[in-house]
Design a protein around this ligand. Structure first.
Ligand SMILES: NC(=O)C1=CN([C@@H]2O[C@H](COP(=O)(O)OP(=O)(O)OC[C@H]3O[C@@H](n4cnc5c(N)ncnc54)[C@H](OP(=O)(O)O)[C@@H]3O)[C@@H](O)[C@H]2O)C=CC1
Ligand SMILES: CC(=O)C(=O)O
Ligand SMILES: [Mg+2]
Length: 760
């Protein structure tokens, strides 16, 4: 134990303004509804709506199980709240809970491909709430209750479970309990404790606290070793103040009255209460190797830094993502519902919860594959004090938890559609995972672990200043803003951004490095028509040249530009200063994400009319970045024609590129030439059984710049795709160029791609 370490200051990784802008940008909120069937022709309409729709209507009326076949029911979960316990913020009402509920819906989709809609029910009356929800069963495959305070949440959940034939799951109770139990059992193992003598104190006798107590007791904790506390202190037998039947069920025979009393010599603390509820003195009084889960959100009962300052033998977890050991129900609800939905479960029972907790605990004990290694802070995580539970972006969660839950559902008779082949099910689950979100998160983590100096060439622009501030606030490194001090300061003031530590201004006109940069440029450009005075002008006046020189000469690690100058001009500026990587081909690669599917598109920036050799080189560069991003590349060499039809000069060039790849014996899947429909649509590809791609392509090599640029922009504008990039690949130093209309968040993403050197 030590009293010496001062608590580190926790820096928020974003400002309030950024959080508001995130939610208001583009379409307000975080969700939208998209049709999954074509609605283009009269025939489509008559099938989708009257009269065609009458056919499934009759079929479902005759056999209700067919609702899972003909409607969205089987993959649709409602996230329902009345806003009476929003995170740890308290009762702020149904409407104010909507951002959290939309967030939960988005997490369902992102992590487990479950479609979800949020419903905010504006009543605090349990009966009224039950009545509002009980009749919604036909619409959904499951009901996820969220942020409803105790004790009403117990009545509501119990009653809805009785009334409805689909899973009703109060996430704050069971989701939290499952994750906390998984983490706890791993901590017992790490600290060599036995389940029967470990003393647990749970602070917070609400939804989450009571459910945690119930689950750990069901899993083997001795009731006498569990003390529950709330705002009135210990819940003891005979207490009358602030009691209810759910607290009474766990009232202990004890003479301890306060949380401080309860924690004397306790092994484990679970905080499901409020910010700051655990003091340093209380932590000091706990048993050796104390386990502290401070799970209140958004601010924990005690920060890990504060707890470690008094006890360096403690294992600490919080509900937050910015510390190791995030014990948060996000690790559970998407996957638990995935498993329950896939067997058409009627409920989520105790066995399914225990199975989920065990699967989660076991996953943390396993060796982490390379693919996952970078998802964690620090070096490759190994089961231990700083890694008691997998991180939310762990791609193995989607294949493990649902299988465990579905299996338990089948074994306990609540599965209406049992799965015969669980291995095949596991394979299907992995296809639901899209690596991009995880990859971006991993890249952010990678940079956070090894922060970089990124030079933002257009430092006088408001969006750039906001991005630079966000980059620094997120602990990603130092942001160097190129610009005149007075202009940068004025733009920062206008943007409401404080130029804080970690943000530096470099004025090219007066920088002591400008002469060295001019000399560097002169050495490179003297035989390309540039005089020394031209180079002095480039270095002292042109922000792209100055910033690129900083990177070339080691004064910065990476560069971002592009907001004020066309892509091709910015690229020319940069290539005047920085070489291509030897043996590589400089290309632009865009990541297009649409309808949960991601494709990489190349070359979206550099080669106007690539030759066959260049197309082959583009394919090789794109495939190697795809691998770095976590994909097994399946490269389609696109054209207007498919395997020889129709004939034409451009298609012939693409065919030649495929022959070149054949000769080079590259180590990834590729084929072509083919149309985009054949590349992306399994049925269209099936017409060509000789096609060497094992599934729809995830890397599209376009025949020329125009088709690459036009198709990605159309995807973005008409298809609602999110397009990241073009990402510059193949330069000797990391530089990224954003499109002219980039927002601050695009700039931060590109700064991270540059800092992580993903294009190198
Ligand atoms: N990490 C995670 O995944 C999750 C974390 N949580 C967090 O747990 C907390 C509680 O949520 P939930 O159970 O849904 O809310 P509830 O409103 O149902 O329960 C809150 C409980 O906390 C108690 N409490 C509040 N302040 C204190 C305090 N200072 N000291 C002791 N007890 C206190 C209340 O006591 P009383 O009964 O006397 O009023 C009540 O028992 C929130 O901070 C929430 O963010 C919740 C779910 C998931
Ligand atoms: C994480 C969560 O659900 C909560 O804090 O309420
Ligand atoms: Mg919650």
């Amino acid at each position: 134990m030590s009293d010496k370490k001062p608590p580190r200051q926790v820096r928020p990784s974003f400002t309030d303004q950024e959080a508001l802008a995130f939610h208001s940008q583009g379409k307000p909120g975080k969700l939208e509804v998209n049709p999954t069937k074509p609605m283009a022709t009269q025939r489509d309409l008559s099938l989708a709506y009257s009269p065609g729709v009458a056919v499934p209507v009759r079929a479902i009326a005759e056999n209700p199980a067919l609702a899972y076949t003909y409607t969205t029911k089987g993959n649709m979960v409602a996230v329902i709240s009345n806003g009476t316990a929003i995170l740890g913020l308290g009762d702020l009402g149904a409407l104010a809970s909507k951002p959290v509920m939309e967030g939960k819906s988005v997490l369902f989709k992102r992590f487990a491909d479950v479609d979800s809609i949020d419903l905010e029910v504006d009543t605090k009356d349990a009966d009224a709430f039950i009545n509002a929800v009980r009749y919604l069963g036909p619409s959904f495959g499951g009901i996820n209750l969220e942020d409803i305070k105790a004790p009403e949440c117990f009545i509501i959940e119990q009653r809805l479970k009785e009334l409805m034939d689909i899973p009703v799951f109060h996430d704050d109770q069971h989701g939290t309990a499952i994750i906390a139990a998984a983490g706890l059992f791993n901590c017992l193992k790490l600290t060599d404790r036995s389940i029967t003598d470990t003393k647990l104190v749970v602070n917070g006798a609400g939804a989450a606290g009571i459910a945690c107590v119930e689950l750990v007791k069901a899993m083997g904790f001795a009731p006498d070793n569990v003390l529950l506390c709330d705002t009135k202190g210990v819940v003891y037998q005979g207490r009358t103040e602030g009691m209810n039947q759910w607290k009474s069920a766990h009232a202990a025979v004890t003479d301890k009255r306060t949380l401080a009393d309860a924690l004397q010599g306790a092994d484990v603390f679970f905080g499901l209460s409020a910010k700051g509820a655990l003091t340093a003195d209380m932590v000091r009084s706990m048993a050796p190797n104390p386990v502290i889960f401070a799970m209140a959100n958004p601010d924990p009962e005690i920060t890990p830094d504060e707890a470690h300052a008094v006890r360096d033998d403690a294992i600490i977890a919080t509900g937050r993502s910015d510390y190791p050991n995030q014990v948060n129900n996000v690790l559970g609800f998407p996957y638990i519902f995935r498993g329950a939905l896939d067997v058409h479960a009627t409920s989520i029972n105790m066995e399914m919860k225990v199975a989920a907790a065990q699967a989660l605990a076991e996953l943390a004990q396993e060796d982490v594959p390379d693919e996952v290694a970078t998802a964690y802070q620090g070096a490759r995580p190994r089961f231990g004090r700083e890694y008691i539970i997998p991180a939310p972006f762990d791609p193995r969660l989607i294949t493990r938890i649902p299988v465990a839950v579905a299996k338990a559902a089948m074994e306990t008779g609540v599965a209406r559609k049992p799965i015969a082949d669980l291995e095949a099910y596991r394979a299907q689950l992995s296809a639901r995972r899209d690596p991009v979100a995880g990859t971006l998160a991993r890249l952010f983590d990678k940079v956070r672990r090894s922060p970089k100096r990124v030079v933002f060439a257009e430092g006088e622009e408001e969006a750039v200043i906001r991005a630079a501030a966000s980059f620094v606030n997120q602990g990603l490194g130092t942001a160097i803003l190129v610009g005149r001090e007075d202009r940068v300061e004025a733009a920062a003031a206008f943007a409401g951004v404080e130029l804080r530590e970690g943000m530096q201004i470099q004025n090219a006109r007066i920088s002591p490095r400008t002469n060295a940069y001019a000399q560097y440029l002169y050495d490179r450009l003297q035989r390309h028509g540039y005089l020394m005075r031209d180079c002095i002008r480039l270095a002292s006046v042109d922000r792209n040249h100055f910033a690129a020189c900083m990177v070339a000469m080691g004064d910065a690690d990476a560069m971002v530009t592009g907001l004020t100058r066309n892509y091709s001009i910015a690229l020319e500026d940069v290539r005047r200063v920085i070489n291509d990587k030897p043996g590589h081909c400089v290309i632009g690669l865009s990541i297009a994400i649409a309808r949960g599917r991601t494709v990489l598109v190349a070359d979206t920036a550099v080669h106007d009319m690539p030759t066959s050799e260049q197309l082959a080189a583009i394919a090789i560069e794109a495939a190697s970045v795809a691998k770095r991003l976590g994909y097994e590349p399946r490269v389609a060499m696109l054209a207007y024609s498919t395997f020889g039809h129709p004939e034409g000069e451009r298609a012939e060039r693409v065919r030649d590129a495929v022959r070149i790849l054949d000769k080079q014996r590259v180590d990834f899947e590729y084929d072509g030439e083919m149309g985009a429909d054949v590349a992306l649509n399994r049925d269209a590809m099936a017409l060509y059984p000789f096609c060497r791609l094992s599934g729809p392509a995830n890397v599209l090599v376009m025949p020329a710049f125009h088709s690459a640029s036009i198709s990605t922009k159309m995807l973005q504008e008409l298809g609602g795709a999110t397009v990241i990039g073009p990402m510059l690949v193949g330069l000797d130093k990391p530089v990224q160029i954003v499109p002219l209309a980039a927002k601050d968040s695009d700039l931060v993403n590109m700064a991270v791609l540059a800092a992580a050197n993903i294009g190198g």
